[in-house]
Design a binder for this molecule. Structure first.
Ligand SMILES: NC(=O)c1ccc[n+]([C@@H]2O[C@H](COP(=O)([O-])OP(=O)(O)OC[C@H]3O[C@@H](n4cnc5c(N)ncnc54)[C@H](OP(=O)(O)O)[C@@H]3O)[C@@H](O)[C@H]2O)c1
Length: 278
């Protein structure tokens, strides 16, 4: 998809962070938008922000309250959104949650909630939108994470969910090609969004220090990488030079080049935390 003018874009999680920054950029490029999230006030504030980037008076923005963890909600709301606004040319599944802690501290309910949002939420979103996209073709973007390419300390639940999204995207890409639907999966490192507040209270010092090596990006940089990736029909989108280099070295050395330094960094962070605690 090279031109976004008058294209209909459905974005889950479009009220905040990466989803919002991507919505703003696409609106600036002439797209119509429908944002899906749970909190209506947050969506209202997002629409006020997006409006500032309006390119022409014909553009529409809709908001739909939807919880991606409820299959019934997702199918019902997406069907209704198609009736009200039209079928999506571009679907972006950005809604996601996270938690960082050592495996023993992540309760089964937390693991379950992460899986329900990040994996089943994405599955249901794609399953609900796909029948409406098949006739006209289009593009689907799934938000994974650098943690969906390289596992690390403190991310057993989150990385498991994001690896699943990468697998889902790889298989979808192969299957949807014949319907002229492109698929991209986005794997950013740490991004400065409200998402980070989720983990601040529980993130182990080891995770904090290891993560900092992949860099911290703004949601606007990620949004630009997403839009550029869609225009180029790119499958794997890794925003940020540092994250791309890390992934390349991980692949080329079968994980050795990231495991050895991250183990050393984790050991140092643990030693420093123990010393501070004494
Ligand atoms: N920030 C990072 O460091 C980072 C790095 C790599 C990948 N990612 C991934 O990028 C995606 C976006 O993250 P972000 O940083 O933009 O997060 P964010 O700022 O916290 O935004 C998350 C969005 O998802 C929506 N959402 C959450 N749970 C939902 C549910 N059950 N149903 C519907 N909507 C829901 C939120 O709205 P409501 O709460 O109103 O529903 C919000 O609009 C996520 O998939 C995340 O895993 C983030």
């Amino acid at each position: 998809m090279r031109d976004f003018t008058n294209r209909m874009v459905f974005i889950t999680g479009g009220s905040s962070g990466i989803g919002l920054a991507t919505a703003e950029l696409l609106f600036e490029r002439g797209a119509h938008l429908v944002i899906f999230a749970r909190d209506e006030n947050k969506m209202k504030r997002a629409v006020a922000r997006i409006e500032k980037r309006r390119r022409n008076q014909g553009q529409t923005i809709g908001t739909v309250r939807m919880d991606v963890t409820s299959a019934r909600d997702v199918h019902g709301r997406i069907d209704r959104a198609v009736k009200s606004f039209g079928a999506p040319d571009l679907l972006i599944a950005s809604a996601g949650i996270g938690a960082a802690d050592v495996f023993e501290n992540i309760r089964a309910e937390v693991f379950d909630a992460i899986m329900k949002t990040n994996v089943y939420g994405v599955r249901e979103t794609v399953a609900a939108a796909l029948p409406h996209m098949k006739a006209g073709g289009g593009h689907i973007v799934l938000l994974s994470s650098a943690a969906g390419l390289i596992g690390m300390y403190g991310y057993t639940a989150y990385a498991a969910s994001k690896y699943a999204v990468v697998g889902l995207a790889e298989c979808l890409r192969a299957e949807l090609k014949r319907h002229r639907i492109g698929v991209s999966v986005v794997c950013p490192p740490e991004v400065e969004t409200p998402f980070l507040e989720w983990e601040t209270s529980t993130i182990p010092p080891e995770t904090r220090m290891v993560k900092s090596f992949a860099g911290l990006l703004s949601p606007e940089i990620v949004a630009r990488a997403v839009v550029k990736g869609i225009r180029r029909g790119k499958f794997l989108i890794i925003p940020g030079v540092m994250a791309r280099l890390l992934y390349l070295s991980h692949r080329l050395t079968n994980g050795w080049a990231t495991r050895v330094p991250s183990d050393a960094i984790a050991a140092f962070a643990r030693w420093r935390a123990d010393r501070t605690a004494k």
